[in-house]
Write a protein that binds this ligand. Structure first.
Ligand SMILES: Cc1ncc(COP(=O)(O)O)c(C=O)c1O
Length: 397
């Protein structure tokens, strides 16, 4: 339960809103900066693959631009995209999800921002499950809310959420529980039974649930991860965050969507008006093609990640200095190294010695210190080379 804020140390910062001035830089960037412009770098630090967006999606954007779709657009998304997302979700979760419950956002990140702006304010607290991708906690804090992180427990290599600890962290000021499953950086995947217990608790206490499901399709033993949408009623205070970034190879496009009770639509219309006005319509046309014709792509990406996971995990699990467990979902290896007490320094040393770029566990909160995250959404050749270098480094240092 520690704040992510650091000290203010430059005179000009006093003129900036304190919450923003005190923000700590994302630590992944601190390692990645070492490799800026270096063609020999093997960048496995960020959460993205190495495959560019396929041409059938790029062509749709190009075609829409040439057809003049370059004007302001619908605030909550083109009706035809919301309709397509509604049928995609309805099919995936075997229930009717009305387009009125779908809002298109400029990325998953923008979805989280918009939803938190609608819910949180100073005096509230937001309980999050960690170690976690730092942006969600930072965004909650920028609203003025207090945050509390409940740590997953690693038991015999398996991540577990203790619900008693989660509920004990909530009090009368708790307005939101934020959960990311499948989880970045751990690869943890929450089961439906736990989702149901959290939903029951949140209903009783009048607490919102925000479920970040951007890795929902990156699962290795099923087609889709358990979702709060499987169990929630349409009017429950539950918001599910999704994104085109990971499963459609579209990180740079910045398109995502929220699924929410229809009665939130008005609030989202206002908030989007006062942030981006609308997601660029030609990008939405590309997203429409991605979600309507992209199932082959989604399974290709999943298979590439599965291959990547096998290469990376077999090298890590064989090494006597490494402790790790096989991730069930998402595209990260999250592992401990014997004798490593500062993950930021270790990641920097690894990069300097081998050009292999990884993310320090401390980037995911104090709960992540002692761990390293490596993204395996890359080609088998690249990952094999990276693992040869990384395991040599481990043996020599
Ligand atoms: C857990 C999680 N949620 C949300 C996002 C946001 O994805 P995007 O903003 O690219 O849609 C990321 C990106 O890394 C993530 O890891």
């Amino acid at each position: 339960m520690q704040s992510i804020r650091g000290p203010v140390d430059a005179p000009g910062l006093a003129r900036i809103r304190a919450l923003v001035a005190n923000a700590t830089p994302q630590l992944i960037g601190e390692v990645a900066r070492l490799g800026l412009g270096d063609k020999d770098a093997i960048p496995l630090w960020y959460g993205e693959g190495d495959v560019p967006t396929p041409s059938f999606i790029c062509d749709a954007a190009h075609k829409a631009m040439l057809a003049g779709e370059t004007f302001y657009s619908h605030k909550r998304g083109l009706p035809e995209l919301r309709e397509a997302l509604s049928s995609y979700m309805s099919h995936l979760y075997d229930q009717r999800i009305d387009p009125e419950r779908v809002t298109v956002t400029a990325s998953g990140m923008h979805g989280i921002l918009t939803a938190m702006q609608a819910i949180l304010q100073s005096g509230d607290n937001c309980v999050l499950v960690g170690p976690l991708w730092p942006n969600a906690q930072a965004t909650a804090e920028f609203t003025g809310a207090e945050t509390r992180v409940v740590a997953l427990e690693a038991e015999n290599g398996v991540w577990r959420l203790n619900l008693e600890t989660l509920f004990a962290a909530c009090d009368d000021s708790t307005r939101l529980i934020f959960i990311n499953s499948p989880g970045n950086p751990t690869g943890w995947m929450m089961e439906s039974t736990q989702q149901q217990e959290i939903l029951d608790y949140a209903r009783r206490r009048g607490i919102w649930i925000m479920s970040d499901e951007v890795y929902a399709r990156l699962v290795y033993e099923r087609t889709v991860a358990p979702s709060f949408l499987d169990i929630a009623e349409p009017d429950d205070a539950v918001i599910v965050v999704n994104s085109f970034s990971k499963s459609w190879a579209m990180t740079g496009w910045r398109v995502g969507w929220l699924t929410h009770p229809a009665w939130l639509s008005h609030a989202f219309t206002e908030l989007i008006e006062y942030s981006i006005s609308s997601v660029p319509p030609f990008l939405q046309k590309a997203a429409l093609v991605a979600v309507s014709e992209g199932e082959g792509l989604v399974s290709d990406i999943r298979e590439r990640c599965r291959q990547g996971r096998d290469i990376v995990m077999s090298a890590l699990l064989e090494h006597p200095r490494v402790a790790a467990s096989m991730p069930k979902a998402a595209f990260y290896a999250f592992f401990q190294v014997e004798g490593m007490d500062n993950s930021l320094n270790w990641a920097k040393q690894l990069y300097q010695a081998t050009k292999v770029g990884v993310a320090p566990g401390s980037a995911f909160g104090p709960e992540g210190e002692g761990w390293i995250r490596l993204c395996f959404a890359s080609s088998p050749e690249r990952l094999t080379k990276a693992m040869d270098r990384l395991t040599n480094f481990l043996s020599e240092n």
